[in-house]
Ligand binder design. Structure first.
Ligand SMILES: Cc1cc2nc3c(=O)[nH]c(=O)nc-3n(C[C@H](O)[C@H](O)[C@H](O)COP(=O)(O)O)c2cc1C
Length: 324
């Protein structure tokens, strides 16, 4: 029996397992993190949070810092372009008592790149180091870093950025082994992950194309990574945490969730979303999740078409009841 499941030991923090939820802007809010935790995620990252937004007390930014009741560990990812703003953000985040911070060095959205944040940092490894040092000066909590393989095909430099991150005090590294120019196209390069693992002195988490428990096992096998992070594969499918845990622990596999279970989980997430964001915003924000939950359910196209117009919890409940 291959042993892939384990806890992750960071300075001052033990993460009880190694199946994590990736930061997902627009998706990994408190409600979704709560549902993923319920299905076995060992740690869920918040969506990326702007350091500038925190400093300016921007209401929309601060809303991203809600924490779900069942989140025993709270991991906040920030994006920043310089040491001063990153340090200020970490200091101000202290009141939210995060257990862990993460620095985003992978986002390839033009607006984020233009401000020198996200994947833009991959071009300046030394800046990654100084930002992490500055963050570390403001907290005793571990700081992790999420990297891509490099800026483009001609500048694959994950070993350099990872090394700089470790010199800056990074307690764990996550690699999405694609370049910034690749975005989400092509395949995640397992060989990059394997190379990083063989050089890294801190735990390495793999991200990329984890859509099934089997793909996750393949990533563990191919790279020797210490843990994995589900992203698109968890959208509408928080069940992937349990299924992966079962596969990797050699337990009998539970049957896949029925359409009823999937839609009921969606409704559960909806109710949580509404408690955090109110009914109007919550119902609107839930539409995209609802589409993911109903994906692949035979005959659900009409359900999806109606869900994008749902405006109240009752609307959603009626839709599901009629469908089932
Ligand atoms: C909608 C969406 C939002 C994302 N938001 C973030 C983010 O806020 N921070 C980050 O570091 N990565 C973000 N990512 C990247 C994911 O965390 C992950 O590394 C990437 O999707 C690769 O994993 P996958 O192929 O299994 O989806 C995002 C990806 C998607 C699809």
């Amino acid at each position: 029996m291959e042993l892939f499941l384990k806890s992750l030991t960071l300075p001052g923090l033990t993460i009880p397992g190694n199946l994590l939820l990736a930061p997902l802007a627009g998706y990994s809010d408190a409600a979704f993190r709560s549902i993923c935790t319920q299905w076995g995620s060992n740690l869920c990252y918040t969506e990326m949070v702007s350091a500038q937004g925190i400093i300016r007390n921007n209401a929309k930014t601060l809303e991203l810092l809600r924490r779900a009741d069942n989140e025993t560990l709270f991991a906040v990812q920030i994006f920043a372009s310089d040491p001063q703003s990153a340090a200020s953000a970490v200091r101000m985040l202290g009141v939210h008592r995060p257990d862990l911070f993460d620095l985003n060095c992978g986002c390839s959205v033009p607006k984020v790149l233009k401000s020198g944040c996200g994947a833009a940092l991959l071009r300046e490894p030394e800046r990654i180091r100084t930002i992490l040092r500055a963050m570390g000066g403001e907290t005793d909590r571990p700081i992790t870093v999420k990297l891509r393989s490099g800026w483009d095909q001609n500048s694959i430099n994950f070993l350099q950025t990872a090394e700089a991150a470790q010199r800056g005090g990074a307690a764990m590294l996550c690699l999405h082994p694609r370049t910034r120019t690749q975005g989400f196209s092509g395949q995640a390069q397992m060989s990059h992950l394997k190379t990083l693992k063989s050089y890294s002195a801190v735990p390495v988490i793999g991200s990329g194309d984890l859509f099934t428990p089997e793909a996750t096992r393949s990533m563990f096998r191919a790279s020797g990574c210490d843990g994995v992070m589900f992203a698109r594969g968890a959208l509408g499918n928080p069940f992937i945490f349990r299924a992966t845990w079962e596969l990797l622990s050699g337990k009998r596999q539970s049957p896949p969730p029925t359409p009823k279970e999937r839609l009921e989980t969606a409704l559960q997430q909806l109710r949580l979303t509404v408690t955090f964001k109110g009914e109007q915003r919550g119902c609107k924000d839930m539409r995209k999740h609802f589409c993911y939950y109903s994906k692949g359910i035979p005959g659900a196209a009409e359900l999806r078409a109606q869900a994008v117009r749902a405006e109240s919890v009752e609307d959603y409940q009626n839709l599901v009841e009629r469908f089932l």
